[in-house]
Design a protein around this ligand. Structure first.
Ligand SMILES: Cc1ncc(COP(=O)(O)O)c(C=O)c1O
Length: 386
């Protein structure tokens, strides 16, 4: 599938008409168990926590999207956090993780409040020159990247950091949620594992919670599949169907998300009320060049601060008619989020301030509406913010 374009790949990835009925769409195999012709003799499907044909089709699709052309293995989970927590179960107690300092708040909460109880410590770092070496410990086993980051849209150089981590024998995991595999493919850049909250762009319609993990390593895949079955945080067959349906339009949606976000970012960049604007597609963004080299386009997320801080941000959100205030991102509809009090409330306040998640910051998930309508709405909301 390497030679195909993004849209063709999205439509055809893991697409297998049902052999028995010819059903063009993958059926929803809503069953917990399967008939056995004799004790322990079955078709390969025995119990739906272990295998389910709708989930198989989804797992195949995400593997192709994340690694077209090179065999990869996908595993689907009941949420992005289920995917993330399962990946960290690859580690032994006493291991150490180095993670980017600006991460989705739920990932940091899991590292700090759950993994730490099992003797796995995390060091957060800006991952600038010399930082990996400075953070390295004898027991470091994993480098955890998120790029672009949530919510500051920082960019990390996946190829460079993976090469450095591999010199030391660390496993490299990239949370690819913000880019989606249409815009960025971490495995092609050297990462060992690409994981994602498919709740976001991949499913794309704000109607399902889900996650996945993809690796090219057969050995890692065996371990992940063992953990998937053993821990059991698997998605339902209906959810798998919904994610697959979302995938069919992923490439076309991403183009529109990017068109709209690029347009809004340009407009916002010259607006007098905007005091801080974060979008990797802008030339002045610190990670612009790396983003241009490792991403196809710059994505649909924009973060900004408005003159007047948190109070102005609140008035801005209330005045907007098209950006709905809600958690999450990556759906067809535009959303606005206040990381300080919503997605990143669980991150310790000092760390939030240190990395730049301020009380005045708002994060926009730019949907696929008409760009001009979105701009008019934002302009009105900015005018109402003071
Ligand atoms: C970058 C990132 N990773 C992981 C997650 C967790 O995903 P889920 O909410 O599907 O568990 C989120 C959720 O917002 C996220 O933004």
């Amino acid at each position: 599938m390497k030679e195909l374009g993004e849209s063709t790949r999205s439509v055809h990835a893991g697409f297998e008409p049902d052999e028995k009925t010819g059903s063009v769409q993958t059926p929803i195999f809503q069953t917990s168990t399967y008939v056995q012709s004799d004790f322990a003799e079955h078709t390969g499907y025995e119990y739906s926590r272990t295998q389910n044909p709708t989930r198989d089709a989804l797992q195949e699709a995400v593997a192709i999207l994340e690694s077209p052309g090179v065999k990869a293995y996908g595993s689907a989970f009941a949420s992005g956090m289920a995917a993330i927590s399962t990946v960290t179960q690859l580690l032994e107690s006493g291991s150490h993780i180095i993670a980017a300092s600006d991460l989705y708040g739920g990932t940091g909460r899991y590292f700090d409040q759950v993994l730490s109880k099992f003797g796995i410590e995390t060091t957060y770092s800006e991952l600038g020159p010399g930082d990996l070496e400075a953070c390295a410990r004898e027991n470091t086993k994993m480098l955890w990247l998120e790029t672009p980051t949530n919510p500051l849209l920082n960019i990390h150089d996946i190829a460079e950091l993976s090469a450095k981590a591999h010199e030391r024998g660390w496993l490299v995991v990239v949370d690819n949620t913000f880019a989606s595999p249409v815009l960025q493919r971490p495995l092609e850049l050297g990462a060992d594992i690409s994981c994602s909250s498919s709740t976001k762009y991949v499913a794309g319609h704000s109607d399902v919670i889900s996650g996945y993990v993809v690796t090219r390593s057969e050995e890692l895949n065996e371990k992940i599949r063992f953990l998937q079955n053993t821990i059991g945080a698997v998605p339902s067959p209906l959810d798998c169907f919904l994610i697959l349906r979302g995938i069919r339009t992923l490439a076309i949606r991403m183009e529109r998300h990017c068109d709209n976000a690029e347009y809004l970012a340009q407009k916002l960049s010259s607006h007098p009320k905007v005091t801080r604007l974060l979008y990797p597609g802008l030339e002045g963004h610190g990670g612009h060049d790396v983003a241009a080299s490792q991403m196809r386009r710059f994505g649909g997320m924009i973060s900004l601060e408005i003159e007047g801080g948190e109070a102005a941000a609140r008035r801005f959100a209330k005045a907007s008619k098209l950006f709905t205030t809600a958690e999450s991102l990556g759906g067809v509809e535009s959303l606005i989020n206040h990381p300080w009090s919503m997605t990143h409330a669980a991150t310790p306040e000092a760390r939030r301030l240190e990395v730049g998640v301020t009380p005045g910051l708002v994060r926009l998930s730019v949907g696929i509406e008409d760009a001009e309508d979105l701009w008019k709405d934002i302009e009105n909301a900015l005018n109402a913010s003071s």
